[in-house]
Design a protein around this ligand. Structure first.
Ligand code: PEP
Length: 254
């Protein structure tokens, strides 16, 4: 079964380890009862270990919100490598989030981080998305270039481990998500660009998530009408009751 993938990007929230554990506990209790959904939570670095579990939990995975481009250990103050993340149980790494890009992360850095993550045997969730839309459709070229450069230098053998998150920047932290029909159109475009790089088979298999103002109310339609393989959720992912509702609501979809 091709399971839906719901990723919670906690950003710089919550403010205490107690709160983080409370949210994680509720999600860990829900994940095993899901049938067609896998969930990932990406807490701030210092909370990752305590939000996980010694034993593996069905449908539950840990993620991280960033990673170093450096692969080997060494004098890289402030950096956290993919191998270190793997050692503490992380399986997915969000890369190229617009909030990181706004702080200077370039497409080239994104590709280096993706390579570091893939080399360590983890899955990168590579965020792409236009900052604004224009009627002439120039944003499609921007999106295409962003995807191509963010994947430059990544070998074909890694294509099955890559996840793309389509996040139109204007829909992040907004009042409403993008229209479902537009999400569908954009996800097809993203898959097409991926297949131009890695071939049609890889293009058919790649998971494309949607992110941008997703909540438990709009999530089912985004999945079923937007026809995406999962969701990258910001604000609603630290609202434990809402995120649990969201997981249950998308899990019952065919
Ligand atoms: C995000 O930051 O990835 C995101 C989608 O945020 P929100 O759901 O709050 O719009």
């Amino acid at each position: 079964m091709n399971k839906k993938l719901i990723v919670g990007n906690w950003k710089m929230n919550p403010m205490t380890i107690d709160e983080a554990q409370k949210i994680a506990r509720k999600i860990k209790r829900t994940a095993p009862i899901l049938v067609s959904t896998e969930t990932v939570i990406a807490p701030p670095y210092p909370f990752i270990i305590s939000c996980g579990s010694k034993k593996s939990i069905k449908n539950f995975h840990l993620g991280s919100q960033s990673v170093s481009i450096e692969i080997n250990s060494g004098p890289f103050t402030g950096e956290v490598s993919a191998s270190i993340l793997k050692d503490v149980g992380v399986e997915y790494v969000i890369i190229g989030h617009s909030e990181q890009r706004a702080r200077g992360e370039s497409d080239v850095t994104v590709s280096k981080k993706a390579l570091a993550v893939l080399t360590a045997g983890l899955s990168p969730i590579i965020c792409v998305g236009e900052i604004v839309r224009d009627d002439a459709g120039a944003y499609l070229d921007t999106l295409k270039n962003q995807i191509k450069t963010s994947l430059e230098g990544i070998e074909q053998k890694f294509s099955a481990d890559i996840i793309l998150a389509y996040e139109p920047v204007w829909a992040i932290g907004a009042q409403e998500a993008m229209k479902n029909e537009d999400i569908h159109e954009s996800s097809i475009f993203v898959k097409k660009v991926f297949s131009d790089i890695f071939g049609p088979e890889a293009g058919l298999k790649v998971k494309v998530l949607y992110g941008g103002s997703v909540n438990y109310r709009n999530a089912p339609d985004i999945i079923s009408i937007g026809k995406v393989d999962g969701l990258l959720v910001g604000r609603e992912s630290v609202n434990a009751p809402g995120f649990v509702e969201l997981l249950k609501a998308v899990d019952v979809l065919k």
